[in-house]
Write a protein that binds this ligand. Structure first.
Ligand code: SAM
Length: 289
């Protein structure tokens, strides 16, 4: 059965009385080439444990299971669980979990598999658009022990992730992803290969988790406090936007100077190294009485 065939998807909808949920970002893939591109881009092999976010009716899940040691697929929509039980029945290396990926403890889920020697953990998914940034940040901040995260997202989000200083779309998401990962473009995906068709095109990126961050930080939390404050009010000069960190103007001026950053600059002009120097200056301030 060609799960990705629009006729199959229509037949499944009729048989199970399934309705696409717009609020859950359900746009199912209908193109074998794109599916293969994601699986190849992720570089899945027989010794890998794959975690899939949002399997839908299982097109990527089945393709991943052909290559992987095991696939664990996390799907929030209860209506899809019965369907997945049928569409993936022939695979014995797939486990489907009916959960919200934002609520599940992925680290615990992965360590549960410790009795089997997997070479690496690879995360894949055609992410629901409504929560793409939230999912990426959750994966990075929870320090999930994966080698890579190969995900499809709205093209505009991928552009934000890839950008560097000086670009209009460079922001907190770019800094966070580039701090934790190196980024590879896997494929550009036009909107007509989904059912139902979304309004925007998509991009598949592979985020390769770094073994070591590219900058030395005294305190990682301080780094992200600066990034958040700076981009929270991105039109303001750093002297003003950094007020959100809770430090006073004199302290901010002092730290900017120590980091060699002009107080009139804006966050969008700061490289990862600049943010690191700034955060380390704040971390080195004497504790207040
Ligand atoms: N992988 C399928 C495909 O490519 O055809 C479906 C992709 S669809 C864009 C996103 C999927 O994520 C849907 O099946 C949706 O129900 C599921 N989903 C949405 N929010 C979720 C969440 N918070 N946790 C887990 N799954 C979620």
């Amino acid at each position: 059965m060609k799960l990705y065939d629009p006729q199959t998807i229509r037949a499944i909808k009729n048989r199970y009385g399934f309705q696409f949920s717009k609020s859950l970002g359900q746009n199912f893939l209908t193109d074998k080439g794109v599916i293969d591109g994601i699986i190849e881009g992720a570089g899945i092999g027989p010794e890998d444990l794959v975690i899939e976010i949002g399997p839908g009716i299982g097109v990527l899940t089945a393709a991943a299971a052909e290559k992987a040691g095991k696939v664990i697929a996390i799907e929030i929509d209860r209506n899809l669980i019965t369907i997945l039980g049928d569409t993936l029945a022939e695979y014995h290396n797939i486990e489907v979990i009916n959960e919200n990926v934002m609520k599940i403890d992925l680290n615990a889920l992965i360590s549960r598999e410790d009795n089997v020697e997997y070479k690496s953990v690879k995360i894949i998914g055609n992410l629901p658009y409504y929560i793409t940034t939230g999912i990426i940040m959750m994966l990075l901040e929870s320090h999930v022990p994966a080698e890579s995260i190969t995900i499809m997202m709205q093209k505009e989000v991928a552009e934000r992730i890839k950008e560097g200083p000086g670009s209009r779309t460079y922001g907190a998401l770019s800094v966070a992803v580039q701090y934790y990962c190196t980024v590879d473009l896997v494929e550009e995906v036009p909107k007509h290969v989904f059912m139902p068709q979304p309004k925007v095109d998509s991009t598949v990126l592979r985020l390769n988790l770094r073994e070591k961050p590219p900058v030395d930080l005294i305190d990682e939390k301080m780094f992200f406090r600066c990034v958040k404050a700076g981009f929270g009010q991105r039109r303001k000069t750093l002297l003003n936007s950094l007020g959100q960190t809770g430090y006073n103007k004199d302290q901010i001026r002092q730290c900017l100077e120590e980091a060699g950053i002009d107080a009139k600059r804006r966050a969008e002009t700061l490289s990862l190294e600049d943010f690191a120097a700034l955060a380390n200056a704040f971390s080195s301030l004497p504790a207040e009485e």
